[in-house]
Design a protein around this ligand. Structure first.
Ligand SMILES: Cc1cc2nc3c(=O)[nH]c(=O)nc-3n(C[C@H](O)[C@H](O)[C@H](O)COP(=O)(O)OP(=O)(O)OC[C@H]3O[C@@H](n4cnc5c(N)ncnc54)[C@H](O)[C@@H]3O)c2cc1C
Length: 415
């Protein structure tokens, strides 16, 4: 224990809490600082999918052309708030550079490796933890309205099959046999049988409680205001509850991470990509499978007695305002795919900020020229899917072990 560093993790989302878990597993003295409650950021109201089969990144050839008409439509699933921001312009430039077929192939491989490694860990957690987080491996089903979207998806199926994964095309009757509330006006479906889903809050809060029982200090309502550094490492972490000290600081503050690195002169190209979800009471027997509504760019996930719909991607900075038109458009889209879904009471309307990098790969590692600092952010649409392995890779790095997955492609210096 005495040779292990003291580690301070900033951020109580899936990435920070998984990091704390794998540090505690290694006997590291661990403190986690969270400015609100555990799981109050993007990790709270998301879709809960673990989806190694759907590992294609957001930047891909043709995506900019496809997205352009949406930018003018305030109800579209993708929107960028126009603003004079050099950081946003550089981010968009890097995004454009990532839109090529070679980058997509490599990114698919890397993202799938992270998700598969996380899926193994979730399976272990489900076996050994004494809390239930609704882990269910019943696959993920994509629903298509048009034959064109099905043809477009064929490229992802080829990438998946080349990587050893499997997928099954489904006809409309078969789909409606599985999900009777679906519309008849569909082109077909695609099943990824290996994927899984869970209730994200139950997982992150359950794991944080377990980590606390095993000795980590979980400090909620503790906002980090700044980190002071000397050449030899972190000197002090200033917070709203006084100063903290540690040998290593892991910044896992999701979309807010760039705010914490600004004072250090580091460029961390993470844009906040806002998404919404609506959680309702699940009508008896209605969708018990997670669904991706492909053209509607939205998802439906059963979570125990609840059902969650979500989607949209809005690059609007760190803006937590709720856009009611988008929420209404999301609800209409979901109902158009599932007209047979009975109306039930709403449990929560939510928005969250995904921490999105321009190449849609996370940032995991030590920035060049720093010591005692590890970044763990940028998980975009896939933080649940990639959270456990990210936490373990960071813990391995902090403890001087060789990370089991090469961290070079996730380096903070790659941009
Ligand atoms: C609508 C929607 C659907 C999604 N669906 C899925 C899905 O199905 N599967 C999937 O894998 N991913 C999904 N995601 C993405 C996923 O939610 C994120 O990638 C993931 O939650 C990011 O986790 P995080 O720990 O990095 O960030 P967060 O969960 O945002 O955690 C960061 C934490 O840091 C804290 N913090 C920030 N600043 C400070 C500070 N100064 N001091 C102290 N604490 C601070 C915040 O309060 C927050 O709790 C979805 C996201 C959205 C919005």
């Amino acid at each position: 224990m005495s040779e292990r560093p003291d580690v301070l993790v900033v951020g109580g989302g899936v990435v920070g809490v998984c990091t704390a878990h794998f540090l505690i597993e290694r006997g590291v003295r661990t403190t986690l600082l969270e400015r609100g409650e555990i799981c109050s950021g993007a990790s709270h109201g998301n879709g809960g999918w673990i989806f190694p089969s759907e590992s294609a990144p957001i930047p891909e050839p043709g995506v900019i052309r496809k997205a352009l008409p949406w930018l003018l439509d305030p109800e579209s699933p993708f929107w960028i708030r126009p603003r004079a921001s050099l950081a946003l312009l550089r981010w968009l430039w890097d995004f454009r550079r990532a839109c090529n077929a070679n980058a997509v192939r490599e990114s698919f491989r890397l993202r799938r490796a992270l998700s598969l490694a996380s899926l193994d860990r979730f399976t272990e957690f489900a076996k050994k933890m004494d809390f239930d987080f609704g882990f269910t491996q019943r696959g993920l089903t994509l629903i298509f309205r048009t034959a064109k979207a099905m043809r477009d998806a064929q490229r992802d199926v080829e990438l998946l099959e080349a990587a050893g994964g499997s997928a099954k095309w489904l006809g409309v009757e078969e789909l409606r046999g599985r999900v009777p509330s679906l519309s008849a006006d569909l082109a077909g479906g695609l099943e990824f049988p290996d994927d899984a889903h869970l209730t994200p809050d139950d997982f992150v809060r359950g794991l944080a409680a377990d980590v606390a029982r095993r000795g980590a200090a979980i400090e909620t309502h503790t906002e980090v205001l700044g980190v002071e550094w000397s050449r030899r490492g972190p000197v002090r972490v200033r917070t709203t509850r006084g100063d903290f000290r540690a040998d290593e600081v892991v910044l896992a503050a999701g979309a807010w991470t760039p705010e914490l690195t600004r004072g250090l002169g580091l460029r961390v190209p993470v844009e906040a990509a806002k998404g919404y979800s609506i959680t309702v009471e699940r009508p008896e027997g209605h969708p018990d499978l997670p669904l991706a509504l492909v053209e509607g760019k939205s998802f439906v996930t059963p979570m125990g007695s609840r059902l969650r719909f979500g989607g949209t991607l809005e690059l609007a900075g760190l803006d937590m305002r709720m856009n009611q038109r988008r929420v209404d458009a999301l609800a209409r889209t979901v109902r158009s795919y599932l007209p047979g879904l009975p109306r039930t009471p709403t449990v929560e309307i939510w928005r969250g900020l995904r921490p999105l990098t321009p190449d849609d790969l996370p940032i995991l590692g030590r920035p060049a020229g720093t010591s005692g600092l590890i970044l763990a952010t940028g998980h975009g649409m896939s933080g649940i899917s990639q959270g456990p392995i990210s936490g373990e890779l960071v813990a391995q790095l902090a403890c001087g072990e060789t990370p089991e997955i090469d961290l070079a492609p996730f380096s903070p210096d790659r941009f």
